[in-house]
Design a protein around this ligand. Structure first.
Ligand code: ATP
Ligand code: MG
Length: 250
């Protein structure tokens, strides 16, 4: 069964038709990359899977969005529970105005975890997974805003991991990172794949090639091509995909 799936999904911002008939599925233990020129709908589509678009006025959705086979736009869906299950890392780091420790502990506390030792363990594990522990272990009580941009991004990844979601949506997680942090995040994605369904939006073709098993190419709100990353890069079926992956436009 697909972990994430959409069927004939159309999304409108007011009169603007931002996603056009998107039908595709993503499986557990696989990394899927979304690529395509700026404004083609990658973030919009990603946000459908944890209902982040609900927060935007004037959005209308038609069709189905399924997580583990369940239509998440049904009336009885509890959006908070959905977001525990489907975590997200945004393009711009958005730490809370709290300490480094509390940023990572936040989701656990909100979910009612009181056990101090468990929280400490989970914070450390998550920071280690996000390749940040060594840099912050001696200043956990300091404000998250004292971290560099790249460190803040890794903190946000740790925050997403702390509540142990089963799906991780990452919107250009490495665009603000230096090559070393980027390599650490790519390594993390590789490790997380064992337990998670991962979707990553990236403008970096090499990165898509390195981290993903499947790649989806979007263009002007359409899913133009979706397939094994290797095939999509070496023998794209659609001319638009070919032009994009060879750098002829976008
Ligand atoms: N809140 C919004 N209200 C109205 N239109 C929006 C909104 N968010 C996005 N759009 C429009 O929807 C289209 C898709 O935007 P989206 O952010 O999904 O693109 P993207 O592929 O993620 O681009 P980028 O690579 O620049 O991040 C764009 O034309 C954009 O202007
Ligand atoms: Mg985007």
């Amino acid at each position: 069964m697909n972990s994430l799936e959409s069927k004939d999904l159309n999304l409108y911002y007011g009169n603007f038709h931002a996603l056009k008939n998107i039908t595709m599925g993503m499986k557990k233990n696989e990394v899927t990359a979304f690529i395509g020129p700026s404004g083609c709908g990658k973030s919009t589509y990603l946000r459908c899977f944890n209902r982040m678009n609900d927060l935007i006025d004037n959005v209308r959705i038609e069709g189905e969005v399924l997580v583990d086979g369940v239509d998440i736009y049904q009336k009885n869906i509890l959006v908070d529970d959905l977001r525990k299950h489907v975590g997200m890392v945004f393009q711009k780091p958005n730490p809370f105005p709290k300490s480094i420790f509390e940023n990572v502990a936040y989701g656990l506390r909100v979910n009612g975890t009181k056990d101090k030792k468990l929280i400490e363990e989970r914070v450390e594990t998550s920071l280690r997974q996000a390749a940040l522990w060594d840099e912050v272990k001696d200043k956990l009580k300091k404000s998250a805003f004292e971290l560099s941009g790249g460190q803040q991004q890794r903190l946000c990844i740790a925050r997403a991991l702390a509540i142990e979601p089963s799906v991780l949506l990452m919107d250009e997680p490495a665009s603000a990172l230096d090559p070393i942090s980027t390599a650490k995040i790519e390594e993390l994605i590789y490790q997380l794949k064992e337990n998670y369904t991962i979707v990553i939006v990236t403008h970096n073709m090499q990165q898509a090639g390195r981290v993903s098993d499947y790649t989806a190419f979007f263009y002007l709100g359409e899913l133009v091509e979706f397939g094994k990353t290797k095939n999509l890069f070496t023998s794209p079926k659609d001319e638009r995909t070919q032009n994009y992956v060879t750098g002829r436009f976008g």
